[in-house]
Write a protein that binds this ligand. Structure first.
Ligand code: DC
Length: 202
């Protein structure tokens, strides 16, 4: 199957990553976590590089770094993501990934609206800020990162505001996206809902 693209957008810690990996594994599609691109640029900015130059010279090997998962890098990613030149530099890589033979799942914020407006299936995965902060808190605690719940909730809300209010490619559900609210769903239920929507479109 050539260029069968599934986009999964939504706010921080809504369950996009888990859902995308499960969907990609279920259908045998490749998966791109597009947030990693912005995180890699954010990490380079923390290290002193200019954001636009970092985005223009990004190498796929920059994405394989566990340190990209820290809260500081997440905030830096959300900040560089408001810069139109940074976003523009990352478009081509995402579109070629989406077009690969065999199918692709892209998760992020603007995959269904800007990167792949013609995707075969668009999902918008969301959950309340409190539920998302609880999940992120548990995830960070599991990695030994000791932020308080209040700090994690404030971080989630700050990223939501920045991601939704920016002028270029803000976080918004595509008009033709199916919204899955995972606040009261088990991960199995969320995966089943996503798989059913994709099966229906194949
Ligand atoms: O999905 P994530 O939490 O790893 O994303 C980190 C930040 O990157 C997010 O707060 C905003 C930005 N981002 C974006 O602007 N567009 C995307 N497609 C993916 C992420």
């Amino acid at each position: 199957m050539t260029g069968f693209t599934i986009t999964i957008d939504g706010p921080a810690a809504a369950g996009k990553g888990t859902l995308s990996k499960a969907v990609a594994a279920h259908f045998g599609f490749a998966h791109l976590d597009t947030g990693l691109l912005y995180r890699a640029v954010g990490a380079k900015v923390i290290a002193g590089q200019d954001a636009v130059e970092a985005a223009q010279s990004l190498d796929p090997s920059d994405l394989d770094d566990d340190s990209l998962r820290t809260p500081d890098v997440a905030q830096a990613a959300s900040k560089v993501a408001v810069i139109p030149e940074v976003r523009a530099a990352l478009v081509e890589f995402q579109r070629s990934f989406a077009a690969r033979a065999g199918g692709a799942v892209l998760d992020g914020r603007d995959c269904g609206t800007v990167i792949c407006p013609d995707a075969a299936v668009k999902l918008f995965v969301t959950a309340s800020a409190e539920v998302r902060a609880k999940r992120r808190f548990a995830e960070l605690s599991g990695k030994g990162i000791e932020d308080s719940f209040e700090t994690v909730l404030a971080d989630v809300k700050a990223r939501d505001a920045r991601d939704m209010e920016r002028a270029t490619a803000p976080l918004v559900a595509a008009q033709d996206a199916l919204t899955i609210d995972t606040s009261d769903l088990t991960i199995e239920d969320a995966i089943a809902a996503a798989v059913a929507a994709i099966e229906a479109a194949r």
